[in-house]
Design a binder for this molecule. Structure first.
Ligand code: ADP
Ligand code: MG
Length: 244
């Protein structure tokens, strides 16, 4: 196992999240505990409605938990309430988010879709452009830097979106079903890229997936069911005890 002697970069302690109240209450996450270490690529699996997106959004500081604790990069950011006044800044500094669909801005070409994040982070125009093109090269879509999103294939667009998520060198990368719209070969290419990023940037990557075909690409699999974490082991190769 990798990383257990290092400090977790994502630490989730007794985290719960419910929506609504009274008879309309939904307990989307119940007492979740998880640690993710630098260099790890973690899978988050579970049936539809089990809480995967809710957990990812809480870790991304997009959604406020109901209770528990969240530490990012050794810093407590939530402890029964947000501890940081500027969550937007925190996200910009620490977190890259990759969505199921690339969500590129349709009126900007590939390089500008990446550079826009760098502008937000305070880069000047030339530096943003250079870094954007460098990232597209790293993701092997540099030759598509002038293409508009409508001209990109699904795999190319997803790699531009990954470049955008990486723009600010986040140590924590969260991806919600990033390979769902891709065929299995392209899904593997994207997973291999994420693996390289985890190593090169010493980043922690959490990937929500339904895709049994890419299970071998993860260091650990966390499985959610009805808002609870079922397993927290890296041993995904064995059937449950007693299974045929
Ligand atoms: P998954 O991503 O695993 O499919 P979600 O995290 O989206 O699951 O949802 C977990 C549970 O929380 C589901 O029962 C869902 O209906 C509920 N839920 C998610 N978001 C909201 C919301 N904004 N308001 C009310 N219920 C929600
Ligand atoms: Mg979801």
């Amino acid at each position: 196992m990798t990383g257990e002697n290092r400090q977790a970069i994502v630490r989730v302690e007794h985290l719960s999240k419910h929506f609504g109240a009274g008879s309309a209450r939904v307990d989307a996450l119940i007492d979740i505990n998880m640690d993710v270490y630098p260099g790890q690529v973690i899978g988050l699996m579970g049936p539809s409605g089990s809480g995967k997106t809710t957990l990812l959004n809480c870790i991304a500081c997009i959604l406020e938990p109901s209770s528990g604790r969240l530490m990012l990069d050794s810093e407590a950011v939530y402890d029964d309430r947000w501890l940081k006044a500027d969550l937007r800044r925190l996200r910009l500094d620490k977190i890259g988010f990759i969505f199921q669909y690339p969500n590129l801005l349709p009126f900007l070409d590939g390089s500008d879709n990446v550079a826009v994040v760098l502008h937000l982070a305070g880069f000047g125009a030339a530096a943003a452009r250079d870094r954007a093109i460098g990232l597209l090269d790293y993701l092997e879509v540099g030759h598509r830097k002038h293409a508009m999103p409508s001209q990109l294939s699904g795999g190319e667009a997803q790699r531009v979106a990954i470049a955008r998520a990486l723009a600010n060198r986040p140590r924590i990368i969260l991806a919600d079903e990033p390979t769902a719209p891709l065929d299995s070969q392209r899904a593997r290419i994207v997973m291999d890229l994420l693996r390289r990023i985890a190593i090169d940037q010493n980043a922690a990557i959490i990937v929500v997936t339904h895709d049994e075909m890419i299970l071998d690409r993860f260091d650990h699999i966390f499985r959610l069911r009805d808002g609870r974490l079922e397993t927290a082991t890296g041993d995904i190769s064995r059937s449950p005890v007693g299974a045929a």
